[in-house]
Design a binder for this molecule. Structure first.
Ligand code: 5MM
Length: 338
């Protein structure tokens, strides 16, 4: 596929008023989400849950694209329409998580490397035939004593770039997701340092492997202190440090940056996005590609019961609307009451 076509898809993924719904939880991860509301992790429940999400009226008004998991891209909605077809009909671009998860990195205790490159060319061809227009691969970087190591950054950046090359060759826009986790007790300064080194390493490797930056979307973490850090940071500090790091590392040829939420509360993730978009003259579109921060309120309201489908959809619609406003720097917390 030509770079112009990849670029058109990437720009549509980060279009004004809109962002990306990350609904690509693997079977293990969705099991943890379901456990939090006491429902069983079986195929009919996963199908009913994704049907609840994707059936939200007017979802395409604020959701540009949805990331699916292998099971979901092959699954029909409750009315029998395959999920990718249902999404396309309502103006949402279907995409697919193609990594096979983060595994322990040999000789580097406490660190991970994401696997899934073997056979990826063939899997991409199959996903294109199933309707996918973009893909996602997530690398996980942990902050701790003496980590991340250079080895961890190098292997994860290399894998991200090889994945991105296979995607572009096969006609999919790669979402490149190097996630610096926010689980520890580190300071915001340390997160800034590690995020900067991670992004530099990733963009070096993307350049080495010939990736067309115009045909990709970056999905980074925001620069935040670890969840267990004694000193938390205000919204403005997070926005300033995140923008500063992105300006140092991300070439303006990249059409858009779609943040992960990483465990932030739903409303805080929206406030952070708003504060970043309030900064003038950014060289890229800045939007959301949230999983938990879009889905958690809907998951809780739904609770696994068909009687609560509408309640769940109302919660997802609210998060999509408010994050869509933050994408345009038009959000205020007062909108939560509306
Ligand atoms: C939706 O969650 C994805 C989970 O994938 P695994 O099942 O492989 O762990 C995850 O990659 C997600 O797309 C991003 O981390 C963004 O989600 P959050 O919840 O951090 O916004």
């Amino acid at each position: 596929m030509r770079v112009a076509e990849l670029n058109a898809i990437a720009r549509a993924m980060v279009a004004p008023h809109k962002g990306i719904l990350a609904a690509d939880e693997s079977t293990g991860t969705i099991g943890k989400r379901f456990a939090s509301i006491g429902i069983e992790n079986v195929e009919p429940n996963r199908r009913a849950y994704r049907d609840m999400l994707f059936g939200t009226p007017d979802l395409g008004g604020h959701i540009s694209a949805a990331i699916l998991y292998d099971e979901t891209i092959r699954q029909p909605a409750l009315d029998g329409t395959p999920f990718p077809e249902l999404l396309t009909k309502i103006g949402i671009i279907p995409g697919i998580k193609v990594d096979l998860g983060a595994k322990d990195l040999a000789l580097h205790p406490g660190e991970k490397v994401t696997e899934g490159l073997d056979g990826l060319r063939e899997r991409i061809a199959e996903y294109v035939a199933l309707g996918a227009r973009f893909a996602k691969w997530r690398a996980v970087i942990t902050i701790g004593d003496g980590i991340p190591s250079r080895a961890c950054l190098a292997v994860n950046a290399h894998a991200l770039a090889r994945y991105a090359a296979l995607c572009q060759e096969g006609g999919l826009v790669p979402i490149v997701e190097p996630e610096v986790l926010m689980d520890g007790d580190n300071s915001i300064e340390r997160c800034e340092e590690v995020t900067e080194e991670t992004l530099h390493t990733v963009f070096d490797e993307l350049a080495i492997q010939g990736i067309a930056l115009e045909g990709m979307v970056l999905k980074p973490n925001m620069v935040v202190p670890g969840k267990k850090a004694p000193r938390q940071a205000g919204v403005e500090a997070v926005a300033e440090r995140t923008i500063a790091v992105l300006r140092r590392c991300v070439p303006p040829a990249v059409p858009g940056i779609a943040f992960l939420s990483g465990g932030q509360s739903a409303e805080l993730a929206t406030e952070h996005l708003q504060a970043m978009n309030a900064v003038a003259n950014l060289p890229w579109a800045l939007t959301f590609s949230y999983g938990r921060a879009l889905q958690d309120p809907a998951l809780k309201a739904w609770g696994g019961s068909p009687a609560n489908v509408q309640a769940g959809r109302e919660q997802l619609a609210r998060r999509a609307r408010n994050n869509g406003a933050a994408r345009d720097a038009a959000y205020s917390p007062a909108m939560e009451a509306a």
